[in-house]
Write a protein that binds this ligand. Sequence first.
Ligand code: CTP
Ligand code: MG
Length: 236
Amino acid sequence: MLISDMPVTAILLAAGKGERFKKGAEKVFALIHSQEAVAYSLKALNAHSAIKDIVVVGSIKNSERLAGLIKRYKINKACKIVKGGRRRQDSVCNGLKAVDDRADLVLIHDAARPFIDRGVISSVIKEAGRSGAAILAVPVKDTIKKAQSGLSVKETLDRSKLWMAQTPQVFRRELITEAYNKYRDSDVTDDASLVERMNHPVKIVEGSHLNIKITTFEDLVLAEAIIKMQTRNPKH
Ligand code: CTP
Ligand code: MG
């Protein structure tokens, strides 16, 4: 089946407070090479042929500014802006309520990850089309220690089995809706965690270490370096 045969609705999350970033500055609007961080993923989602519409989740404070960017960057796919919630998962929940019933798949992406392109979006959609649930992730490079109370090592985890989850994450619409209906109260930091709780397999699609999330202020330095490299060599 071609991926364009399975309509996808994208949920783009931009309602966070960015508390680890910097006081007084909203990280989704941080400028990277003179363009707002959120604009990168908005453009990538807008340009992808499998994605039929985009639900942008914003905060009470930033929704108007998001609407302004949608206009400025000529995001011509049907775009709804809905209000987010206290936790990331509350924002996803609000986004899911606005997803069209005709969508087969729902793609969920953090606006704080600007560096996605057509290739990775297609790979995750394709895998979710086959298996129902797929996430982008990268193998862990460092040795990971699990600590017991305080700064004391309890054990070293087997790195060969560890992956760092990223977004996009893509799911069959019924599956992710059911996972959220059942388990939204448990505290999680990604969407696949809730699908795992349903004992539904989640496939990993290997992504790139350059698909960074802007979390703290120094991530902007990395982001500038990545965009410079991509401009010089578009294959990256
Ligand atoms: N997000 C959201 N609604 C929330 C929390 C997070 O839409 N209640 C979004 C953020 O805008 C971001 C993505 O989820 O694009 C990933 O979350 P994270 O990196 O944790 O961003 P923030 O929650 O904004 O940052 P922090 O945890 O430092 O406050
Ligand atoms: Mg957060």
